[in-house]
Design a protein around this ligand. Sequence first.
Ligand SMILES: Cc1cc2nc3c(=O)[nH]c(=O)nc-3n(C[C@H](O)[C@H](O)[C@H](O)COP(=O)(O)O)c2cc1C
Length: 402
Amino acid sequence: MLERTFSECRLGPLALKNRISMAPLTRQNAEPDGTPTDEMAAYYARRARGGVGLIITEGTFQNDELGCVGYLSQPGIATARHVAGWRKVAEAVHALGVPIIMQLMHAGRVADPRCLHEGEAPVSASDTQSPGWVLYTDTDKEMHDRGLAPPWPKVTFPRARALTVAEIHRIADGFAEGAARAVEAGFDGVEIHGANGYLLWQFINPRTNLRSDEFGGSAENNVRFARLVCQRVREAIGPDRLITLRLSQDGVDDFTGAWPGGVAYARQIGAALADCAADALHWASFDWADNRDPDSDLPMPKVLAEASGKPVIVNGGITDGADAERVFETGSGDVVAVGRPLFAHPDWPHIIRSGMAYDWIPFDRRYVIQPPVDLSICYPQDRRVPDWDPDVTRRRRPGWMG
Ligand SMILES: Cc1cc2nc3c(=O)[nH]c(=O)nc-3n(C[C@H](O)[C@H](O)[C@H](O)COP(=O)(O)O)c2cc1C
């Protein structure tokens, strides 16, 4: 039963006891200055105890420059306090024999405006504006406390300005510095967030990258920034730590997004990443087998695996053991990453291995936010920044990061 899923494997320099990874899941559960809490250590350790072979943390900011921070109460890896907080997380997870890597991200044009400095515009590949998105990370309780009525508030973002080439290099260095601090905190590597609508995605996606320099205009140029980040990170943390690069078609402000060119574009992206410094790619979607290309029925992660020759972590809609096995049977990847089911069932790996029937309730906001298991540590029940306001017109308080 589930032989492939529960077989050992190597991912870059790491030996995994099985092929199940926890997917990166933003919790907004850090202190206001981005310091990880003891509650977060308990939350990650609980999932390690549940039997995963690898943990990828939630998206973490590496500095407070150029609009890197994406969310209120997002954890950071920018200061000595952050390192100390994350060390507790790494130690708690390692005590259970599970490796853990930290997802590093730059929010780009979808940074929460309250996280920008006074007068600062968000940055992106080009001068564009996000269409905005409906917040899914806020609780019904908050809505009630603020007297808001459904529908949920739509968040809008200011127009972004295009990064200069010098700034692109500075941001790549920022990723490398964050990665070095993650290693200092005891992490086994990092994931570079090139997916889900954030800065590197905005370069990779031809609809948001309108540049005509070496960082835009072709698949090869569109991934040049992501490649640069991987390279600088590798130089910073050496060959013994895992580096993964996450990719997706959709973004937080575009859940059904498709790459113009579909599978053909994905092939070009894969080929352009074949010799990048990442050990593995990580495909993110809400349905891993989907490719959103009407002319092809190939799962997108399989396309990327073949074009890049890299191992691929496959994520999206894997809710039971049969789903996981199908990823491996179809040659679509090497490891599966599981998100929402692990919110709800920290013991998901044990549960699917036992063959026991379990109740997978399809994703809905309420289920993710108030799951029946681990209620106290699955999701922040009250926001640590008390003056949250859905109109997104305020600015962060000065000196928030100490
Ligand atoms: C509440 C929530 C927070 C998320 N946070 C992140 C994140 O920090 N970084 C990331 O790359 N993906 C993030 N994702 C996307 C998930 O990693 C994953 O791609 C998505 O949930 C689909 O996988 P699943 O079907 O296994 O849940 C988040 C998803 C949800 C629902």
